[in-house]
Design a protein around this ligand. Structure first.
Ligand SMILES: Cc1ncc(COP(=O)(O)O)c(C=O)c1O
Length: 379
């Protein structure tokens, strides 16, 4: 039996989501813009999912805008905001630990009288709110900091940052990439004073190509895709109704809604993993700080490149990652771990495991026994 420990790359689609996707692909296949009955049925699917998303986040349904995933939500937030601001030059604050869909989008926007300050994390992979304060300028329009880092699992102090930036200027906006937080750690957009937040479906058991952007106020953005004016004129293109149906089902399964103790179960798995890692592979160096989400652990085995162990473990049916999924195939070193100041050996030997709802403690024991063997064999 294979063991899947790569849930922060993607998750299997939940059975309840598969059922609704199938129904929407075959029976309820209408275009939500059509005025006939099939169109109205499709429109109801959008309405229902929007309502569940809003209730998970304790916001209004009209503040939810469907996208093709986290990448598009981040692009829409950043590019749409810049497009909407006429005055130049403007300044944006973000960090070196953001996902590429934020980091590279900001790199792309840089220049043309748009200045971006990327904050370095501390050695534990956490952004210090004080550094946000120090980076603030009179023309700063936005701070974009993620909630949970996808490589290390480090929880960022988004509450502190949100409160701080509203003290700096009431018009300063706060964007949070909450893709890895949803379903794993509490999200309190209003308390954190968040104006824009990005979410992805395939990290929570919905199909790939689904996600959404929360917008406190639609007028903050200009659309970056033009066409048929779907999503209240903010995101044109016929909606991915089957995907959105599946997204609704997956959102319904979020522990807070179901009153299930999923994050506590994940937390127990994480504790078990850390205890057993220390016991079986004491030379492993942990790159995940204590303040972290329950589903991600990053550690380094110094004498071997991460990819070598990922491949060796894969051939034995254990699926893990050597960094973030998008880096894995490009074989580049992790920007996040590098900016944390890790040594070259530790950087190259980094491995990431991430748990999901089907994982069991026994799988951890089998995985670590196999990893010990492969590490001893290949060194
Ligand atoms: C933190 C973070 N943001 C954004 C994304 C992109 O989401 P998607 O795969 O839905 O485009 C990911 C995916 O790995 C992520 O981990």
């Amino acid at each position: 039996m294979s063991v899947y420990f790569d849930h922060s790359s993607t998750t299997p689609c939940l059975p309840s989501a598969v059922k609704l996707v199938k129904e929407s692909l075959s029976r309820n296949f209408g275009n939500p813009s059509s005025v006939h009955e099939l169109g109205l049925k499709a429109e109801k699917i959008l309405k229902d999912t929007r309502k569940v998303a809003a209730s998970v986040l304790k916001v209004k349904p009209e503040q939810i805008f469907f996208t093709s995933g986290g990448t598009e939500a981040n692009n829409l937030a950043l590019r749409g905001l810049v497009k909407n601001r006429r005055q130049r030059p403007v300044h944006i604050i973000s960090s070196f630990i953001e996902h590429d869909s934020v980091y590279r989008t900001l790199q792309d926007l840089r220049g043309q009288e748009i200045e971006v300050t990327f904050i370095k994390p501390n050695s534990r992979g956490i952004i210090d709110p004080e550094k946000v304060k120090q980076s603030f300028k009179a023309n700063t329009i936005l701070v974009s900091i993620m909630q949970v880092n996808n490589e290390t699992g480090a929880l960022q102090p988004v509450r502190e940052i949100g409160n701080l930036i509203k003290q700096l200027s009431s018009s300063l906006l706060f964007h949070v990439d909450a893709v890895q937080g949803l379903g794993h750690v509490p999200i309190a957009l209003k308390e954190w004073q968040v104006d824009l937040a990005s979410f992805s479906g395939h990290k929570i058991g919905a199909p790939k190509g689904t996600g959404f952007l929360y917008l406190k106020n639609q007028n903050l953005l200009k659309p970056i895709i033009t066409g048929g004016d779907q999503e209240n004129r903010l995101r044109s293109g016929t909606e991915n109704v089957p995907g959105i149906a599946g997204l609704g089902a997956a959102l319904e399964e979020i522990p807070e809604l179901k009153q299930k103790k999923q994050p506590e179960r994940l937390l127990r798995l994480k504790k078990h993993f850390l205890q057993q890692l220390d016991h079986k592979i004491p030379e492993a160096l942990l790159n995940t700080p204590e303040e972290s989400a329950p589903h991600i652990i990053n550690f380094s085995l110094k004498k071997l490149p991460g990819e070598v162990l990922v491949n060796a473990m894969s051939s034995r049916g254990f699926y893990i990652s050597s960094g973030s999924a998008c880096h894995a195939r490009r074989n580049t070193e992790s920007r996040v771990l590098k900016k944390m100041g890790l040594s070259d050996g530790r950087l190259q030997g980094a491995l990431r495991v991430s748990f999901g709802r089907q994982n069991q403690p026994g799988e951890i024991d089998r995985f670590l026994a196999a990893l010990r063997e492969e590490y001893d064999l290949l060194q």
